[in-house]
Design a protein around this ligand. Structure first.
Ligand SMILES: Cc1ncc(COP(=O)(O)O)c(C=O)c1O
Length: 463
C-alpha cells in the first residue's frame, strides 16, 4: 500500500510552525501521524523527491526527516524500494503507565456506571430471563420487550413508532457498521459533519466510501452546504442531537428546512442529554425517511452495549439478512436490563443532567483559570467540550499529556485531512475535582511543549 505525497502533505498540515530546524519539525509531524494511526503500518511513504515537491521544501529536508524516522524505528528501508511505516520494537505502551498511576483519562467520553440503577435493572432482568429459556435466544431483531421499550422512548418524544420499526444492536457503533455494510458500495460518497465521531469516520472509510465533510460552523449546521453535499452523496450521517465532539444541537429551523436527497442516518446517542433539559424534536418528525440510531451508552452506561436502529421494516429486513456475517444477536439479559431502564425512564434522569451541568461548569472554569487562551464554547448537551487552542498543538499535546498524568483525544481524530490540529475534545463525565486537576496537568503539558519537549505516547482509545 502506498500513501500519496498529496495525502501525506494534507495530513502533516502546517508543519513549518514551531521551534527547531525544518527537518526535525517534519519528522516530528510524520512520527505523530504514525503514532496516531493516520499513516498505516506497512504503508510505503512517498519518495523524498515527490514529498519535497508537494511540501514546497528541499529534498535534503525530507531526506533528513526520513533518516531521523529510520533511526527512531518509525520507517524501514530496503534497497530500491520505498521506505515503509513501522513502529519501533520498543514502541511506547498503548496506554500510559509509569509512576503516575492515577492518570486521568479524558480520551473516553463516557460516564461511569450508576451502580444502584444498574443493579435494579439487572435484578428485574434476571426475574424475566426464564421467560426466554424455552426459545433459542438468537434474535436478530432483538427481544420484543426491548423493541417495545425503544418504540415507547420515541413515542414519549412525540414520534409515533411501532416495535417493528426497531432493531436492537450491540451499541450505536454496531448499528452504524451494519448500516454501512448494507447501504454502501465502494467509492460511494458519505456526507459527514466535520468534525464528527471518530469511529464513524473509520466505519465509512473501511466500507471504502469517500467522505464529504460539511463544516460545522460556530453557529452550527449550514443547510445550503448540507443540501449541496446531499445531492452528491449516497448516504449522510449527522449527529444533530448533541453533536460529538462539539455538544451542539441542530436548531429547529434547520431541522424544518433540511431535505437531504440521499438516505440519512441520524445518530441520537446523546439525545437524552440536553443540559438545560429541553429536548429537541426527533429528527425523523421532520424527515420521515431518516434512519435513526440510538444507544443507552451515554445516558446510562457503555458497558451494557445496547443500541438500536429505527427504520422502515423493509430496511430492517435487509439489515437482518446482513447481520449474521458479523454477529447473531444481542445478549438477552442485557436487553432485558435495557428494557427496564427505558420503561422506567432511567435514560432521562434529571439528576444525571444536574451532575453533567455542574461538571461542565467546573471544566470550563478550570480552563478559564489554567488555560485562559483556550476557547471552549458552552455545549447545548452531550458530554464533551470542543476546546480550541490558539496554536496547532493538538497531536503533540496528546502525545505528551500522559507524561503529565492525563490522556486526551486530539482534534484530528474527529476529522479528515489533518483538520482540527488546534482542537481537543474534553469530556465532563468525571467528578469536578478530577476535571480541574486534569486541566492543571494539561496546562503543564502545554508548557513543556512550549519549552521544546516532545512526547511519544500512542493515542489512547476513544469512544
Ligand atoms: C455520536 C456517537 N455515536 C455512537 C457512539 C457509539 O456508541 P455505542 O457505545 O452505543 O456503540 C458514540 C460513542 O461515543 C457516539 O458519541
Amino acid at each position: 500500500m502506498k500513501t500519496s505525497s498529496h495525502a501525506v502533505a494534507r495530513m502533516v498540515g502546517d508543519w513549518r510552525d514551531g521551534p527547531g530546524p525544518a527537518h526535525q519539525r517534519l519528522s516530528d509531524r510524520l512520527r505523530l501521524l504514525v503514532l496516531d494511526g493516520r499513516l498505516s503500518l506497512g504503508a510505503a511513504v512517498p519518495s523524498e523527491r515527490d514529498l519535497a515537491a508537494v511540501l514546497g521544501t528541499s529534498r535534503t529536508t525530507v531526506g533528513a526527516a526520513y533518516r531521523t524516522l529510520v533511526e527512531q524505528g518509525y520507517l524501514t528501508t530496503r534497497a530500491r524500494a520505498r521506505a515503509t511505516v513501522r513502529l519501533p520494537h520498543d514502541a511506547p505502551p498503548e496506554r500510559p503507565t509509569g509512576p503516575d498511576a492515577d492518570t486521568i483519562d479524558l480520551s473516553f467520553a463516557a460516564p461511569p456506571a450508576p451502580a444502584g440503577i444498574l443493579h435494579a435493572a439487572f435484578a428485574a432482568a434476571l426475574e424475566r430471563l426464564p421467560l426466554h429459556f424455552e426459545r433459542h435466544g438468537y434474535d436478530r431483531y432483538g427481544i420484543a420487550e426491548l423493541r417495545e421499550a425503544v418504540a415507547g422512548w420515541y413515542q414519549r418524544r412525540g414520534l409515533p413508532t411501532a416495535p417493528d420499526h426497531i432493531m436492537v444492536t450491540n451499541g450505536a457503533q454496531h448499528a452504524l457498521g451494519l448500516l454501512a455494510r448494507t447501504l454502501l458500495a465502494p467509492r460511494d460518497r458519505v456526507l459527514i459533519d466535520h468534525p464528527t465521531y471518530p469511529h464513524a469516520i473509520r466505519t465509512f472509510t473501511e466500507a471504502r466510501a469517500r467522505l464529504l465533510p460539511v463544516p460545522l460552523g460556530a453557529s452550527g449546521w449550514d443547510p445550503e452546504q448540507l443540501h449541496a453535499a446531499g445531492r452528491a452523496a449516497q448516504l449522510a450521517y449527522l449527529i444533530p442531537d448533541f453533536h460529538n465532539p462539539t455538544g451542539m444541537c441542530m436548531s429547529g429551523s434547520v431541522r424544518h428546512r433540511l431535505r437531504l436527497a440521499c438516505p440519512t442516518v441520524i445518530d441520537e446517542t446523546m439525545a437524552d442529554l440536553a443540559l438545560d433539559g429541553t429536548k429537541p424534536e426527533p429528527f425523523a418528525l421532520h424527515m420521515p425517511t431518516a434512519i435513526s440510531v440510538g444507544s443507552v451508552s451515554k445516558s446510562v452506561w457503555g458497558g451494557l452495549r445496547i443500541g438500536w436502529i429505527r427504520a422502515v421494516p423493509a430496511l430492517l429486513q435487509r439489515l437482518e439478512q446482513a447481520r449474521p456475517a458479523t454477529d447473531l444477536g444481542t445478549p438477552v439479559l442485557e436487553q432485558l436490563a435495557a428494557a427496564h431502564l427505558l420503561t422506567t425512564h432511567q435514560t432521562e434522569r434529571p439528576d444525571t443532567l444536574r451532575r453533567l451541568r455542574s461538571r461542565c461548569d467546573a471544566l470550563r472554569q478550570a480552563l478559564a483559570e489554567h488555560l485562559p487562551d483556550v476557547q471552549a464554547p458552552p455545549p447545548a448537551g452531550g458530554i464533551t467540550l470542543w476546546a480550541a487552542f490558539p496554536e496547532p498543538v493538538s497531536s503533540r499535546l496528546a502525545a505528551i499529556a500522559p507524561d503529565h498524568g492525563v490522556t486526551i483525544a486530539a482534534g484530528p481524530r474527529f476529522g479528515i485531512g489533518g483538520a482540527f490540529e488546534r482542537h481537543i475534545r474534553l469530556p465532563y463525565t468525571l467528578p469536578s475535582d478530577r476535571l480541574t486537576e486534569a486541566v492543571r496537568r494539561l496546562a503543564q503539558a502545554r508548557q513543556a511543549l512550549t519549552r521544546g519537549a516532545t512526547g511519544s505516547h500512542t493515542p489512547a482509545p476513544v469512544a
